[in-house]
Design a protein around this ligand. Structure first.
Ligand SMILES: [Fe+2]
Ligand SMILES: [Fe+2]
Length: 283
């Protein structure tokens, strides 16, 4: 595959048969404009491409492709703005859009980087990438309605940082990205939604309802493939997660936990008990 070719809005077709779904994921990951990346991810039909699970690709420079803005800063440098002001509400929606931009990259990255998995693995993460692209577009459209755009506020790079740390170990990637960071989104979303309702932004609240619904599915996909790999490697799921969280310095998870969403996403009672150990209970 020629990684230097210019990015084109043209969507892969069978006539470009040398492209596999996995090589397309890498090409899309390299696109700098998040808007263009999201549009191309949403437009691509995976049934038009071979998956090629055994294809091994070299990591190109410039991963992930991302725009010049937003400016990336340390989390401590980000200002907290009152959500009751227009700028504060836009800042909150911008932070969510940035999470979705990263989430598109994470779903594409797991597809090209990790070979030799069943075809459903790649189709599952393609489905996730398409939903993350939709989430980004919904938030970007609402930011536009408020007079802002993605890139107008600084952002931090915590999500991609975890992708970097786990790029050599798929089990760690699954444990720490979908099962930790995305699952943390399940916990955080209801409170954010309520803040938006409290300032009268029903449109934003509706977008968060869509996101929460879809994210339960993403965490479920993470759980499914985490268990698949644990079974293959003859590992016990709860203690393996604790070991990986320690080894890869996962952020400590603090309650309240969204137990209903976590159960819907396939966490077992043993996993939820381990999660809540040392935490106030929030059933
Ligand atoms: Fe999302
Ligand atoms: Fe997600």
């Amino acid at each position: 595959m020629n990684l230097n070719r210019s990015v084109s809005p043209k969507i892969a077709t069978p006539s470009r048969a040398s492209h596999s779904l996995r090589s397309e994921a890498l090409r899309l990951l390299l696109i700098e404009s998040t808007q263009a990346k999201a549009a191309q991810v949403r437009a691509l039909d995976p049934t038009q491409l071979a998956i090629n699970p055994d294809e091994i690709m070299q990591e190109p420079a410039g991963l992930p492709g991302r725009p010049h803005r937003p400016l990336l800063v340390l989390p401590a440098q980000l200002k907290t703005r009152a959500v009751g002001t227009l700028e504060g509400r836009a800042g909150l929606l911008h932070a969510l859009a940035h999470i979705e931009a990263n989430a598109i990259n994470l779903a594409l990255d797991i597809m090209w980087r990790f070979a030799d998995l069943p075809p459903d693995f790649y189709l599952d993460w393609w489905h996730v990438a398409q939903e993350e692209a939709l989430h980004f577009e919904l938030l970007q459209a609402h930011l536009t309605r408020l007079g802002f755009a993605y890139g107008d506020f600084p952002a931090h790079d915590g999500l991609w940082d975890m992708a970097e740390r786990t790029k050599g170990d798929l089990l760690a990637r699954l444990a720490l990205v979908p099962r930790t960071l995305e699952a943390r989104g399940l916990d955080a979303t209801p409170a954010v939604r309520n803040r938006l309702v409290s300032v009268g932004d029903a449109t934003a609240a509706g977008i968060l309802d869509t996101i929460l619904h879809d994210e339960i599915g993403h965490v479920a996909i993470g759980n499914h493939w985490y268990r698949f790999l644990c079974e293959q490697r003859k590992l016990e799921t709860v203690s393996t997660y604790a070991d990986l969280a320690q080894k890869f310095q996962a952020p400590p998870l603090k309650g309240p936990f969204n137990m209903q969403a976590r159960r819907a996403a396939g966490f077992t009672e043993a996993e939820l008990t381990a999660l809540c150990e040392g935490q106030p209970s929030h059933a």
